[in-house]
Write a new protein. Sequence first.
Length: 207
Amino acid sequence: MASLHLLLIADDPLARAGLAALLADVPDCEIVGQMSTVSLTADLPPDLFTPPDAIIWDMGWDPVEAVLDWPDMPAPVLALLSDGEQAAAVWQNGVRGILLRDMDTDKLMAAAQAIANGLVVVESQLASTLLPLTGNDDFAPDDPLTPRELEVLQRLAEGLTNKAIAQELGISEHTIKFHVNAIMGKLHAQSRTEAVVRATRLGLILL
């Protein structure tokens, strides 16, 4: 698997260092740059860093202020917020994912991998305020989906069979069946189709 290239942004140098330390020992993950929002909005040399696959942006205690001068981003952005009060304002500025800052490494990596693959990620407790949910779908998964489960879920949405997904991802059909069952369990879905519908409404996948 190719490394996931990540750019870290935070005005607080301790926050940047904390993110870098959190991700330092994660396999298949490479930090290609760290910067503040001041550096981000300056005229940067195009070869300053390897092009990132995703940007992790710790927006501190004033996230709305952080996105006022939102420049053209070289990759999708995962915003880390101190609380959910300003999540809606940040969401409207085009981030691809929002998490609260008290996440663990697995959750952070799963979200970064998801937005790098074109998906949308929203903290479960914020989903009901940021995404249009209806009926019995006004809930988020009990546990976040893993990067592999998100890959399988996207292919379910594309209508691929377990065999086809296994061939595409280079793993066994039995393993795919295991992932599908896990996805359905987390989404409280009774079928593959229901899992895809609920995941789409939650913003976990884009059709």
